[in-house]
Design a protein around this ligand. Structure first.
Ligand code: ZN
Ligand code: ZN
Length: 353
């Protein structure tokens, strides 16, 4: 690594093969673009998956690709048409730029864009570099009471906001969240901010449940090695959920959780799939049918989600600081991947260069 590198970037070349590379400082592609000096980047399961396997589903890393997509930074250059940001502003970076022209984009569901350019999803480079270019409306100015470290957590918080919105969580409802990793924990706290009264976190790891309880869950459950129906009725009994939970969110992607979750929703209730695991599983379709469940997917984030994420933290309704359990220097970026892989801490950030 050279000290006078212009745009030092953390590049994935192949499975477990990473290197630091000095790349040219990216040019603004439109007068509405800004250049961001990246300051902090969180690492999540998808980054680790690319590092370990070189692909996720149909997305295969064919050319060396810069990793990272959960970032915050400081505006270092603005295009001639930029009106909302100035050099020096602190921003949370929404890392996917939709085409704005396809049917889903025009329908207001830009997360489903057919031509999305998303950071660290091949062939698009990620944000683990000194500089990254984004349109101004995909940078969210951080108010003075949100640090740049917290700003990097707006990405998973945006994911959680989208999931909880998909679930239509409303005041007084009971919400069960499967998976107490960063996104599951953030779903618990967003559900609380939306007024849910019972928030039950489910995970197979005790330390994660302890964290969830201190953080935002009102109760926790560690599933027994038992049939899904039995775990579901135990959760209902323990938490006096009557005919079942109003809302179940899966943030684990694990087949047993999905089974238990479907059995756990009350008739007419809502189930949202947020976690990504195996692409095909067996599914309790009869229960979904006879209970007339609203079964929905949730993918990344869309209109208003990042803005709400920033507002929730600015207003003190959501705390993301507690989730940041480690910060490593840019030179030690690979260490962050190893820590996430080992399940160490909740959210590890990589400092910028
Ligand atoms: Zn992520
Ligand atoms: Zn589009």
């Amino acid at each position: 690594m050279s000290a006078n590198a212009q745009n030092l970037s953390f590049v994935l070349e192949g499975i477990h093969q990473v290197k630091f590379e000095d790349r040219p400082i990216p040019e603004l592609k439109s007068p509405h673009d800004v250049l961001v000096n990246v300051k902090f980047t969180g690492i999540c399961g998808s980054d680790v998956h690319y590092w370990e396997h070189g692909s996720i589903g149909q997305f295969v890393v064919k050319e060396p690709m810069v990793l990272g997509h959960e970032s915050s930074g400081v505006i270092s250059k603005v295009g001639s048409a930029v009106t909302t940001l100035k050099v020096g502003d602190h921003v949370a970076m929404e890392p996917g730029t939709p085409c704005r022209r396809c049917e889903p984009c025009k329908a207001g569901k830009y997360n489903l864009c057919e031509n999305m350019a998303f950071a660290a999803t091949p062939p698009y480079d990620g944000t683990l570099a000194r500089y990254y270019v984004l349109p101004e409306d995909f940078c969210y100015k951080l108010p003075g009471n949100i640090t740049l470290q917290e700003g990097a957590v707006m990405e998973p918080l945006g994911v959680a906001v989208h999931i909880v919105k998909q679930a239509n969580v409303s005041p007084g409802q009971s919400v069960v969240v499967f998976g107490a990793g960063p996104v599951g924990l953030l779903c618990c706290t967003v559900a609380k901010a939306f007024g849910a009264s019972k928030i039950i976190a489910v995970d197979i790891q005790k330390p994660r449940l302890e964290f969830a309880r201190k953080y935002a869950a009102t109760a926790t459950f560690e599933p027994a090695k038992a049939p899904a129906l039995e775990n579901a009725s135990q959760i209902i009994k323990d938490n006096e959920l009557g005919s079942g939970a109003d809302v179940v969110i899966d943030a684990s992607g694990a087949e047993p959780s999905i089974h238990t979750g479907i059995h756990l929703v009350r008739p007419g209730g809502t189930y949202v799939q947020g976690g990504m695991g195996r692409s095909e599983i067996t599914f309790p379709i009869m229960a979904a049918c006879t209970k007339e469940l609203n079964v929905k997917g949730s993918f990344r984030y869309g209109s208003g989600d990042y803005k709400l994420a920033v507002d929730l933290v600015a207003s003190g309704k959501v705390n993301v600081k507690e989730l940041i359990t480690g910060v490593v220097q840019f030179e030690d970026a690979e260490q962050a991947f190893k820590e996430v892989k080992a399940g160490k801490g909740i959210k590890t950030l990589i400092a910028g260069v």
